[in-house]
Design a protein around this ligand. Sequence first.
Ligand code: TXA
Ligand code: MG
Length: 351
Amino acid sequence: MWTVDKGVEDLETCAQIVDAARLIQQGEVVAFPTETVYGLGADALSNQAVEKIFVAKGRPSDNPLIVHIGRIGQLETVVSQVTDDAKRLIEAFWPGPLTLILPKQDTVADLVTAGLETVGVRMPDHPVALSLINAAGMPIAAPSANLSGKPSPTTAQHVRGDLEGRIAAIVDGGATGVGVESTVIDMTVKPAMILRPGGVTFEQLQAVLGTVEIDPAFLLGAEESPRSPGMKYTHYAPEGELWLVNGEREAVRKRMESMLREARQMGCKTGVLVTSENAAEWEGSGCADAVLSCGSLSDLGSVARDLYGVLRQFDSLGVQFMVAPVFPRKGMGLAVMNRLEKAAGGRVVTA
Ligand code: TXA
Ligand code: MG
């Protein structure tokens, strides 16, 4: 385990980064921080190297990976065509939490794209990530550095818990800032289509492109229609059972209380996800074993930043039944709700 002092003047020559870059060049996998979540990186041009990512994570090989570049000149190694709209997004949001789906270059390893003709590419906004990619001198393919099915890691500690002993090295750059993954947008269709909400918001993309398509379920939520739990929503799943409660604030509080009481009567260890605004109220209520505060309702970006850490904490406390409120689907709230809905596996009630 290495810790990188972020104050280091020239990260590319810092010993930890040089060593990690050498491991990447040798075809090994290395975990490193980005501004969104920790990534598990390997040489994007080598099938042999990329295969190790899938093995370490236990990830199905039909799910393509994102390629990370360290400077704009590297883009042509990865994609064969950059549309005008893609150029506008790059100008506005790179380096940053936005992944563009574009036609792939032949050099990209087939395993990265799961055989698709397109590739996801982004330039991360993190000094350690950029230095590592540039020191390695090649684009780095990296999914989130969690075991498949676990919440994405936002600290090196999370990575260690999931992958220690399974990968060559972990570069510790402290806690990540955004907390949820990049937004994935398909630039091979017109209008461009958001495939995953993330660190760059729908509103920000709309402001640059004018028109952006997005599955209406992301914007409106599908909580009114019952869904079968655990089918395609097995990502980000905590070990306990998470329920989302929708509705007006006071009604939500009452409903959560009664759900928690009922679960306790059945012998479950219970937890509630709150925000800084109502944390004290819940702590005093004595109706949950774990009251975990996740950012502030007045700043949905702060909820995103804390979300995966809080989900992991419920797990480590052995909580078996959890409730969380439905957050507004605006700005970063869209990504927050997408991850919470996946974690809840479709368990949503209206108070
Ligand atoms: O913030 C992030 O994006 C983090 C950090 C490490 O950069 N990475 C990340 O990677 O979240 P991963 O593998 O966990 O998620 C990649 C997402 C998946 O939903 C995948 O299906 C999609 O991007 N994706 C990748 N390539 C694609 C392609 N060619 N077409 C459609 N979707 C693609
Ligand atoms: Mg992931």
